[in-house]
Design a protein around this ligand. Structure first.
Ligand code: NOJ
Length: 714
């Protein structure tokens, strides 16, 4: 349900209906059309010639208070019906102030931090004239070859759902139309992350049960949080392109999930129904996309060109056009665009990169770093001489990540700058570029390493090595960087390796050789401040993996919540499901990450040993910081349905809490597990909570045994 009070909703609907009665068919269809960037040549297309006839309702990728005001004014003057334009953009992880990538943010296991980040992004976007972002991407991703894994919140439906609802709230505020807030758009409906072999835009063939139990929950969570818009996906699902699927876009999304906003196609996804072999020509594609449930067509004139004809031929009715347009008009009204279509041009300077926004980006970034190995070298000690090495060590652009909407690399704090600000005794050498290098640069790096107590290497992927259409078959570090790492390891100086990347990178060749290993992902504007704070131990390192890290590409897909087999990989049965050259375990499991201190989990208490299918149980557990310093841990609750009418996952995350404890401090963490959280789709596609026994674990990651108990649903 859209987050608006009933009265406002009723009056907006009445207003929208009144407008509908005044609009010509051409004007109505114009409101369903969005322009801005050509899907063919990536050039700006403003089409001001469309204004007098009202053949344009929205722009994408046009932002900035001045230009949006100018286009709005021009349109208002020329368009007799004066319906304001709606400006949208890919504000994915910040507008000017860049937050960590969504994948990085999900490793914070702190949805409230992501909510704050989305709020900041919304504010900067709002003052730049935008009222709509194409975010969050809530596609579950189990395949790190897929370049777009960086845009989402990892492999788990529960974790991703919490980030979906938090970011929707952050963008939209409490109610649609709240100042400095914008519409969210959940994408890409649906199952895009499961594209075969990680190949972008490719087919997905999936059981309806997997679709409903794994891929749908984050969308449902976002809808329940009030997401105003949804984007259709490029790929085909079980043989039908998502953008042409009435089953998915109308029956599932609207009728079953209760979505009541509007659907925008992905850019070019409607005409792409032709190469899919699903539509004969542009007219057929326009008809199929429209009838499937695409309210607004992104980037193009296909609706303007063909919907009038289709209505004239009786293939579509004007009433269907009205129905598609109603939620768009309602949202324009709720946004307050009719009263104030323009943006105050003085506010950009006030908010872009303001101290408050930078501090939000710093706070999130600190929480995203995931420490995977540490022989005690971290945190760095005062007075240690540090050699900082690598193509990402003094870098300000790639560390912002893909879809850095209107980035300004000049504002980025590089890691070198962060170390200097933090008073680290540091020398720097790049060592090599991202994919190439020369012996002289390499020797320089080896030289400074030799003269230091510790070498911190920052290696990884450029921002153009993950993201849309950036899938990779090889997800290791580029050869030249491996050469640099080897050369520095040769010196015998302990190496702390930080990986800056948009996806999990295979680390088998070197993880045992380094003294410490951490993923810093792509942390945005405050990269250097955050990394310095974590490395020097001014704060604990508190990120946990939101995706499993594979040992090799051959293991992919490898994810923690796989269905049980008859020969369990984690059991003690004589045969381990896997390969003859590798077992089936990921290198680092979902939920994994080290702290600078140690925690002990104990005293598991369940309020009852059984619950009814509509009941709940309360789970308490004591968590103690048994180390010598304050720190954070993510307490994770997993369950397993021991016997089901369908094979159930070996573990499923059902709750988590990130807590901060002083040395020696303990706290009781409480989870309320609702029986409805245990529901799944049975063979007949009925959503059921089946009676029977369940095991639960409270643990530090998805593999650790932690403390465990059992309960029964009766
Ligand atoms: C294509 C991408 O798939 C989508 O995520 C993005 O929002 C649109 N282009 C608009 O840029």
């Amino acid at each position: 349900m859209l987050p608006v009070l009933n009265e406002r909703m009723e009056s907006a609907t009445a207003h929208a209906k009144e407008l509908l009665s005044k609009l010509s068919l051409t004007e109505k269809i114009g409101q369903l059309s969005q322009f801005g960037t050509s899907i063919y040549n990536n050039k700006r297309e403003y089409f001001p010639e469309h204004y007098p006839e009202g053949k344009i309702g929205s722009y994408l990728t046009v932002s900035g208070a001045q230009i949006t005001n100018q286009l709005q004014r021009d349109c208002q003057e020329k368009f007799p019906t004066h319906i304001p334009l709606l400006f949208a953009d890919d504000v994915i992880h910040g507008y000017r102030t860049t937050m960590p990538t969504p994948l990085a943010q999900s490793c914070s296991w702190n949805p409230s931090a992501a909510e704050r980040g989305a709020e900041v992004a919304a504010k900067e976007a709002y003052v730049a004239g935008l009222r709509w972002t194409f975010s969050p991407m809530v596609d579950i991703a189990r395949d790190p070859r897929w370049g777009r894994i960086v845009e989402g919140y990892g492999e788990d439906p529960y974790l991703c759902s919490r980030f979906a609802e938090a970011t929707v709230r952050g963008y939209q505020g409490k109610e649609i139309g709240e100042k400095y807030h914008i519409l969210a758009c959940m994408k890409h409906f649906i199952g895009y992350g499961a594209c075969i072999g990680g190949r972008d835009y490719n087919e997905v063939d999936m059981s309806p049960q997997t679709l409903y139990d794994i891929y749908l929950p984050p969308f449902q969570a976002g809808i329940d949080a009030g997401a105003a818009t949804v984007m259709s996906a490029f790929h085909s699902m079980n043989g039908v392109p998502c953008t042409g699927s009435r089953h998915l876009l109308t029956e599932v999304l609207r009728n079953e999930c209760g979505f009541d906003g509007f659907v925008v196609s992905d850019a070019g996804a409607v005409p792409e129904l032709i190469p899919h072999g699903y539509a004969e020509d542009w007219k057929d594609a326009a008809q199929k996309g429209f009838q499937a449930g695409v309210n607004m067509l992104m980037a193009g004139d296909f609706y303007n060109d063909y919907l009038p004809q289709l209505v004239a031929e009786g293939k579509l009715t004007e009433q269907e056009i009205d129905e598609a347009l109603l939620p768009i008009l309602v949202l324009k009204i709720l946004l307050g665009l009719f009263e104030s279509p323009y943006t105050d041009e003085s506010e950009e300077a006030k908010f872009f990169f303001c101290e408050e926004h930078l501090s939000v980006s710093r706070e999130i970034a600190k929480e995203c770093v995931v420490l995977l190995e540490n022989n005690g070298i971290l945190p760095l000690q005062k007075n240690q001489k540090v050699a900082l090495i690598g193509p990402f060590a003094d870098e300000k652009d790639h560390v912002l990540g893909t879809w850095s909407c209107r980035k300004d690399p000049e504002k980025t704090v590089s890691i070198l700058e962060g170390f200097r600000k933090a008073g680290v005794d540091v020398t720097y050498a790049k060592g090599c570029d991202i994919c190439e290098g020369c012996d002289a640069k390499l020797s320089e790096a080896v030289e400074i390493a030799r003269k230091s107590d510790v070498a911190v290497l920052v290696l990884g992927e450029g921002e153009d090595m993950s993201g849309e259409a950036k899938s990779r078959t090889d997800i290791s570090l580029p050869q030249i960087q491996l050469k640099l790492l080897d050369a520095v390891l040769e010196t015998g100086v302990p190496v702390v390796l930080l990986i800056s990347a948009g996806r999990p990178i295979v680390v088998e060749d070197f993880r045992e050789k380094v003294a410490a290993l951490a993923y810093i992902w792509q942390l945005g504007t405050s990269t250097g401040d955050a990394v310095a704070e974590v490395m020097t131990g001014r704060c604990d390192v508190s990120g946990r993996l939101s995706v499993s890290v594979p040992k090799s590409v051959g293991q992919i897909p490898v994810y923690y919540n796989y269905p049980s087999t008859g020969r369990p990989a984690l059991g003690k049965i004589w045969y381990e499901t896997g390969y003859i050259d590798e077992n089936a375990h990921s290198r680092y499991p979902f939920g994994y990450g080290l702290s600078y201190t140690e925690f002990e989990y104990s005293d598991l208490r369940l309020s009852a040993n059984e619950m009814t299918a509509d009941g709940s149980i309360t789970i308490n557990c004591k968590v103690k910081n048994v180390g010598k310093r304050a720190g954070k841990t993510v307490v994770q609750l997993y369950v397993r349905d021991l016997v089901g009418s369908r094979v159930r996952p070996i573990k499923e995350l059902k709750g988590f809490e990130k807590i901060d404890l002083d040395a020696g401090e303990s706290r009781t963490v409480t989870f309320i597990l609702q029986a409805r959280e245990l529901a799944f789709h049975n063979e007949k596609m009925e959503k059921v909570v089946e009676p029977g026994r369940f095991r639960l674990w409270v643990s530090k990651d998805s593999r650790e045994e932690g403390i465990s108990g059992e309960f029964e649903v009766v």
